[in-house]
Design a binder for this molecule. Structure first.
Ligand SMILES: *Cc1c(COP(=O)(O)O)cnc(C)c1O
Length: 423
């Protein structure tokens, strides 16, 4: 068993994978820019930024250099009772680019833990104020991660079915997509009461729920309804953060500001696992007390890992550079022009875009009569043409690293056109 995929199959259980029917995994041995190199010499254009984490391309030299220096300086240290320069610098810099009301940074390890921490902060905030509130409002079809609290605030689906008895109750609002705004606002007017502890949303784009997009104006109104009742608003920007939507954060499209924010994925440019939950001064203050029981009792062994913080600092340098900002605008414009072209195909529906994110639905033609097949058909069609995309059901989307060139985009767009002509 020299073949990597076979060795993998002997000992590894993969995420979101039915191990009985899944084909052998593709072995990737190297990455550079937007290209992944297979063990067999094949190249793949990574148009999903490796599960939405990569911002500046693979094995990015500047990030690699910074992390390797940090590795020789301080690889890790306990973060209770101790601190270190990279954690402080990252927190200082995050506060300057986040919505102005975000005052404090709490570190964890990934997007799901960032959401868990936000929920625990929200529940304990009310507990500490001796005004317990239990209700949480979330969007239907939301995805906030795979740990229990994060699952609880996500939409119920086949993915959560075995766990439903163990998930706390949440009230759901339909997503205010175009045309549904008034209905959602009416529903919200009855749902938002003074019993609501928190409202959690993926601002402007629901990722795993199918790249469902909606406008900032209606989210502002929902935030207002929540805030009128004193409820806390949580913006889960795990996917939308760090330039994806064309601005640094999707929350920057809003007039209202969230009370808590969840960040991960692009935070380290896709280099290391790191999560961040941010909050307002008022939330932080509700935990200050001579009473030890008002402490936020939450932490992880690798909280604020210096290597991950360094990767995040290096990624932020790159993100804020003129070059990357220009690339984000360039990709946005390329996507817009391609969207016009795509609109002429009858097999493509509901084309939607927010910044560097372009999504559309595939409509099964005569060749592919089963809805379920269309996902695998599209995935394999593109993969055979060296394009890595990972449809969500019949939803296809592009989320490229910001270093992706126009030539690479043009190649990918052309393969999508072939797909549209084929299905
Ligand atoms: C991916 C994602 C999460 C979970 O992040 P993990 O790092 O995979 O645990 C949470 N919220 C949103 C919006 C996400 O896209």
């Amino acid at each position: 068993m020299n073949n990597l995929a076979e060795r993998d199959q002997a000992v590894i259980w993969h995420p979101f994978t039915q191990m009985q029917t899944a084909p052998l995994p593709i072995s990737i041995v190297r990455g550079e820019g937007s290209v992944l190199y297979g063990a067999d010499g094949r190249e793949y254009l990574d148009m999903i930024s490796s599960w939405w984490v990569n911002l500046h391309g693979h094995a990015q030299p500047y990030i690699a250099q910074r992390v390797s220096e940090q590795l020789k300086t301080l690889e890790h240290v306990i973060f209770a009772g101790f601190t270190h320069p990279t954690a402080v610098e990252l927190a200082e810099r995050l506060v300057t680019i986040l919505p102005q009301n975000q005052a404090k940074i709490f570190y964890s390890d990934n997007g799901s833990t960032a959401v868990e921490v936000a929920l625990k902060m929200a529940f304990q905030y009310w507990h500490n104020l001796s005004k317990p509130r239990r209700k949480v409002i979330a969007f239907e079809n939301a995805y906030h991660g795979d740990t229990f609290g994060a699952m609880a605030v996500g939409g119920r689906s086949a993915f959560t079915a075995p766990f439903v008895p163990f998930l706390f109750d949440v009230e759901y609002l339909p997503v205010p997509i175009a045309g549904q705004e008034e209905i959602v606002l009416e529903r919200a007017a009855t749902l938002f009461t003074d019993e609501v502890a928190a409202f959690i949303a993926e601002p402007l784009v629901q990722g795993a729920g199918g790249m469902v997009m909606y406008e900032p104006e209606v989210l502002d109104k929902l935030f207002q309804l929540a805030k009128k009742q004193g409820s806390l608003v949580i913006a889960d920007e795990v996917m939308t953060g760090f330039g994806r939507t064309g601005r640094l954060f999707a929350s920057h499209y809003l007039q209202e500001k969230p009370d808590l924010m969840c960040l991960s994925k692009g935070l380290t440019g896709g280099t290391m696992a790191l999560g961040v939950t941010t909050c307002t001064q008022a939330i932080y203050d509700a935990f200050l007390s001579d009473n030890k029981f008002k402490t936020l009792f939450h932490g992880h062994s690798f909280t604020a890992n210096p290597l991950a913080c360094t990767a995040a600092l290096a990624s932020m340098d790159l993100l804020l550079s003129d070059e990357t900002q220009a690339n984000i605008q360039r990709i946005t414009q390329q996507h817009t022009a391609f969207a016009d072209q795509l609109a002429t195909y009858s097999t493509i529906e509901t084309i939607r875009q927010r910044g560097t994110l372009l999504a559309f639905d595939l409509k099964a033609g005569e060749q592919t009569s089963y809805f379920n097949n269309i996902r695998d058909t599209a995935y394999n069609f593109l993969l055979e043409r060296n394009v890595l995309m990972r449809p969500l059901g019949n939803v296809l989307y592009l989320m490229p690293p910001y270093c992706t060139t126009n030539e690479q985009l043009a190649y990918v767009y052309q393969q999508i056109i072939y797909l549209a002509q084929t299905i």
